[in-house]
Structures are given as C-alpha cells and as structure tokens.
Design a protein around this ligand. Structure first.
Ligand code: C2E
Ligand code: MG
Ligand code: MG
Length: 601
C-alpha cells in the first residue's frame, strides 16, 4: 500500500468518492470526516481496489517531461500489462507507450488535466512482453481538502477485443469474404468519390474496367462450387497483381470484377493494364490435378464521357463488356455512343416484345417439307414472325435470342405450339386423306423447363390434334446443354406420342455417337452443308457421311436450305428423305398454304 504525505490511500478509499464504477461524485465531497472512517471500511475498500477487474493507476501530477510518477497500481494492472507493482513504482506511465502509440491523444490529456477536468481516451499501449493492446483510460484529478490536485487516478481497460470486433465489422461491410477484395458497396462509394474529383479537376481522368470471366459457369457446373471458389480466389490474385498500387479493384459478385484505373495521363495505360489482366488470366491454372484455362472479357469506359453518377458509368462499362464478349473470348471493348444507342434500342425492343403476345403481333408462317422421292409435300415447319407496329416485320433472328435471354421464349413457345397444333388439326380436317406433319421449334430455354413435358401434353390435349403428326425440333446444342437430364426428358416427350427432330445438325460440338442414345426420329442437316455442295469437297463428304450414319441409326434425314436444282440432285443422290428450302417454297402464311393446297388435294 502506498503511503505518502498526502495520505493518498485514505483519500482514494473514501466511500464517498465512489471510485467504482465511475468518478461521477464531485471532488468537493472530500472532507476531513473521511479520515475518521473506520479501519474496517478502509480495509474493505483497499481490497476492492486491489481486486478490481479494471486496472487502476495512481500517479503524481507532473504533466511536463519526464511526466508523472506512478505511486500505485493494482493487480488488474499487472494482469493487463505484465508489469509488477514494484517494476513500475516511481516510473512514468510512458513505459506503456511504443511506436504505434498515437501521441496526439496526450495533448488533449494534458490540456484536460491542467484544467482540472476528467479525461477519456484510448491509444495503443505495449505490454511488458512488447505486445500491443488498445488501452482505454479514464483519468481524473484527485484533490486534497484544500482543493489542490495532488494525484491523478486512472482507470484503464484493455479494449483490444472490442476494437478488433468493430474493425472486423467495418472490414466485412466493405470486403468480399471469398476473395478478400473490396466489395460492391465499397466500390460504389470509391467510384462516386473519383467521379466527384473528375468533375472538379479537369486534368484528372480515370478509367473503369468491367471484367467478366469467360465460361466460369461451366467451371462451376462441372468441377463444383468449391473448386469454383478457389478458382475465383486465384483470379482475384492475378487481377490484383496486374494492376498498379493506386488502382482500385473490387469484386462485384459472381465472376464480375471492376477496376478503377487511377489518374490516366495517357490512354495507353488503360489498354496496357487491360492487356496485362488478360495475359495473366490466360495462364493455365492447376487445381489439384486439373489444369484449367480461363480468360476474361473486359469493357472499358472513361470519366471523360461526362458521367454524373457511378451507376451510369458501371452500366456503360458493362455494355462495353458485352460487346467484348460478342467479339469472342479474351477481348476488350471501349464504350462508345453507338453502344449506348444499341442498348437503348434493345431496351425498347424488350419492352415491345413483352407486349407482343397480348397485342397479337405474332403470326406463324409455314414452310413446306418435301418428300424427295415424289416431290410432294410431307409436312411443314412452322416459323414465327413478329409484326412490329413501327418497325414492321422482324425476323426470328432479330427477336428470338432476345426472348430467350428474357425468358419470354417459354410463354411464346407455348403460344407457338398451341397455334401449330390448332393449324395441324385444321389441315387434317381439310385434307383427311393425307397425314401432313407439323414441325415446331423448341428453344434451349424451353428444354430446360422442368414442366415442359406437362405443358406439351396439356396443349396436345387442349387442341385435340393428332399428336403423331407433331414433330418437335430441338437443336443439337440445346440437347447437349441439358445433358444428363436430356434423355429422360426426350423419352418422356416421345411417350406423349410426338416425334423428335434434331435441328441444324452439324453446327454444334456433338457427334452422332453421342446422340445415338436419344430417341430421335429425324435429323435435319444444317444448311451450311447444303451450301457446300459443289464448293467444298470435304464438307460435302461429311454431308454424305452424316446421311449414312443417320440411316444406320434409323433416323430420317431432312436437308435444310436447298435453294438450287444442283443441290436437290445431290441430296437425292445422297438419299436424304426430305428437303426443305426456297427451291420448293419459302415460309408463307397459313392462308397462302391453304390456297396452294386446295388445288393439289
Ligand atoms: P430453323 O429452325 O433452322 O429454321 C429454318 C430457317 O431457315 C428459317 O428461317 C427458314 O426461313 C430458313 N430457310 C429455309 N429454307 C431456306 C433456304 O432455302 N435458304 C435460306 N437462306 N433460308 C432458308 P427463319 O424463319 O428466319 O427462322 C430462323 C430461326 O429462328 C429458325 O431456324 C429457328 O431456330 C428460329 N425460330 C423460328 N421460329 C421459331 C419458333 O417458333 N420457336 C423457336 N424457338 N425458334 C424459332
Ligand atoms: Mg427448325
Ligand atoms: Mg434449322
């Protein structure tokens, strides 16, 4: 226990001073009556100070160098700092300071204490073993009976866990937990700051790079999500290593990354960094025993385009990225105004497409499929047409991919099938002695619908058409995309009584050897093989081979896109059963078909 001429122990242990838990009691409550307290009470309070959970330090009052001397510390202080009471006695509390201690706090501390005020503060301190901790202090001057400040009493607390917890919360709010990069929330703020700077200083230009990995979905789907995660971490590292320290990188989510290229003095730096990233991504990556190849498509935009909001800038970089993707893998594209116009046009088209069904702007055209032997009509393929109120006729190539992306194709596809079934039934009653089949295209997206079989069945029942005349056309790539479930689905469709046809055969990556397990009735050879007749000897040989293989697998063959007599002669020679092409008829309206049918049957 400390004993000096200020009778410190008796004063601080005065119950009236309420040292714990706060110093709220005014100093003027000290009185001589304290000294008269019973020894029992003093012992009790001394024990309380000693065993207090918070560390307690009492010092003298010299604020200037070399600072106050420690005259008392309790056991909690020893636990917190590692210093025993004897080790610190007579020393200054500066022994707890070290290289990372923020000295600015002490200016405030001195000022407050000099004015007789209480000080609250916090700084990094060092234990005896040299480890850091966050120390929170509460220091109060202690006055004697004459009102003179004789000592300072400091209650200290190790708040390292609390501060680290707070730091982690702040870190997590602005970082991506998978890659450790900054996240979208952080990035949008950083972008807004950069934009504000660009709008203020004319010579400050920055670039924005929007990167999307090519084929990441495939990696995730085939190798699993945990491999996908490791892959993304590696990609993040590679991008980080390809940019300069002043550039800012964030992961927006999924396989999308975004980079602010800071202070662009010369535009070549933007393309250089973009090139560096692509080169880094192209290096093969070993995941276990698996070697993975990847690449990224990058969209670029610059602050010089006069953006007001970060969202606008991200949108344009994203548009440019889509442009880069459409150019092929591992490409980059810089945003320009034309892209913006294209995007606006697409947006308008999307809106119009949403209304096209209810506004009855769709119509089915029918193209005859001809039996090669006697050149009679064997059936039709129905092909969708859109009569746009302002733009007039829009071909399927102009809206089917869009409908596919928007998911609208499912609804449109059901309408097409219903119309085709109604039409088939009508022609069946019109020409009862002929069984003309009706080919209906199914989109890849429709094939992925788990309730497709149910919908088809419903439409067949509803329209009461002869289901054996309905032939569903599915592209080769659509089947392979659906892969493991494709054969179950196709078998279920077959069980409904409809026929199946592979469309555009030869354009995908498959081979007949992979397709043999699917219950396919007909194979439509893509028009590119027909166009090769008489022009590309090898391709023509492939055509001949495909026909033979299809026959071996009990499939009938349709040659698509026959335009000339010479092509017709050849496909006949190669023993294709059917042809479809402008030579025998373009797709026309149902009325036109009926007109031509009337004379024939
Ligand atoms: P597809 O299913 O392969 O249809 C054949 C396309 O080739 C049709 O184009 C047809 O008009 C065209 N064609 C036929 N014979 C010839 C010819 O001799 N020469 C030339 N140059 N072209 C010929 P269309 O009608 O523009 O349809 C294009 C594609 O749009 C279709 O290719 C199909 O993939 C898709 N499509 C059309 N209607 C529908 C539909 O109702 N649903 C879905 N999902 N897709 C459809
Ligand atoms: Mg087709
Ligand atoms: Mg086709």
């Amino acid at each position: 226990m400390v004993t000096n001429n200020n009778s410190i122990s008796s004063k601080i242990l005065n119950p009236e001073t309420k040292i714990f838990p706060s110093f709220s009691t005014p100093q003027d409550k000290f009185s001589d009556s304290c000294i008269e307290n019973s020894q029992e009470q003093i012992t009790l309070l001394a024990a309380a100070v000693h065993s207090s959970h918070d560390s307690i330090v009492i010092t003298t009052t010299e604020l200037d160098y070399p600072g106050p001397e420690i005259v008392f510390v309790n056991q909690a202080f020893t636990r917190m700092t590692g210093y025993s009471s004897q080790e610190v006695m007579g020393k200054t509390p500066r022994i707890l300071q070290g290289p990372n201690t923020d000295r600015k706090v002490f200016q405030d501390l001195k000022e407050k204490l000099r004015n007789g005020q209480v000080f609250f503060g916090e700084a990094i301190n060092y234990r005896k073993d040299g480890t850091e901790f966050y120390n929170q202090w509460h220091i109060e001057p202690i006055k004697n009976s004459l009102g003179e400040v004789t000592h300072y009493l400091a209650i200290q607390r190790d708040v390292t866990d609390k501060i680290n917890g707070e730091k982690k919360l702040i870190h997590d709010a602005f970082h991506d937990s998978l890659t450790g990069l900054h996240n979208r929330a952080w990035f949008l703020q950083a972008l807004q700051d950069s934009l504000a700077k660009a709008n203020e200083y004319q010579d400050y230009i920055f670039g924005l790079l929007f990167l999307d990995l090519d084929g990441f979905k495939l990696i995730n789907d085939t190798l699993g999500h945990s491999v996908g995660d490791i892959f993304l971490q590696e990609v993040a590292q590679r991008i980080q290593n390809s940019i300069r320290s002043q550039d800012k990188l964030a992961r927006l989510g999924g396989d999308e990354f975004i980079i602010i290229i800071e202070d662009v003095k010369d535009l070549s730096i933007v393309s250089e960094i973009s090139h560096n990233i692509q080169t880094a991504l192209q290096q093969p990556l070993m995941l276990g025993s698996q070697e993975i190849f990847t690449s990224g498509s990058i969209g670029i935009t610059l602050s010089t385009m006069g953006y007001e909001t970060g969202e606008e800038m991200v949108r344009d970089a994203d548009l440019a990225m889509y442009r880069a993707k459409s150019l092929g893998k591992s490409r980059s594209a810089i945003f320009n105004k034309t892209m913006h116009k294209v995007a606006v046009k697409r947006l308008n088209l999307e809106q119009d497409l949403r209304k096209a069904l209810e506004k009855e702007q769709f119509e089915l055209y029918y193209q005859p499929i001809i039996l090669v032997n006697n050149q009679s009509i064997a059936g039709f393929e129905c092909l969708l047409r859109w009569h746009h109120p302002q733009q007039g006729f829009i071909s399927p190539a102009g809206f089917i991919p869009l409908a596919e992306e928007m998911g609208l194709i499912v609804e449109i596809g059901q309408w097409v099938l219903r119309q085709a079934c109604i039409q088939s039934r009508l022609w069946q009653t019109l020409i009862p002695n002929r069984s003309l089949f009706m080919n209906v295209n199914l989109s890849p997206r429709q094939l992925k619908q788990s309730n497709l079989v149910h919908h088809v069945d419903q439409i067949l029942q509803e329209t009461q058409c002869d289901r054996h005349l309905i032939k569903l056309e599915i592209t080769e790539s659509a089947i392979l995309e659906t892969d493991d479930k494709a054969d179950i689905m196709l078998n279920e469709l077959k069980e409904l009584g409809v026929k199946l046809c592979i469309d555009d055969f030869g354009t995908g990556y498959s081979s007949l050897s992979r397709l043999y397990k699917f219950p396919i009735d007909t194979l439509k050879i893509d028009a590119c093989f027909i166009r090769a007749i008489g022009k590309h000897e090898r391709k023509e040989k492939i055509l001949k081979t495909i026909v033979n293989l299809a026959h071996n697998l009990d499939m009938e063959v349709v040659a698509e896109g026959v335009e000339t007599e010479a092509q017709f002669v050849k496909v006949k020679e190669y023993k294709c059963e059917y042809i479809q092409g402008y030579l025998f008829g373009k797709p026309v309206s149902s009325q036109d078909i009926e007109k031509s049918l009337k004379g024939k049957y």
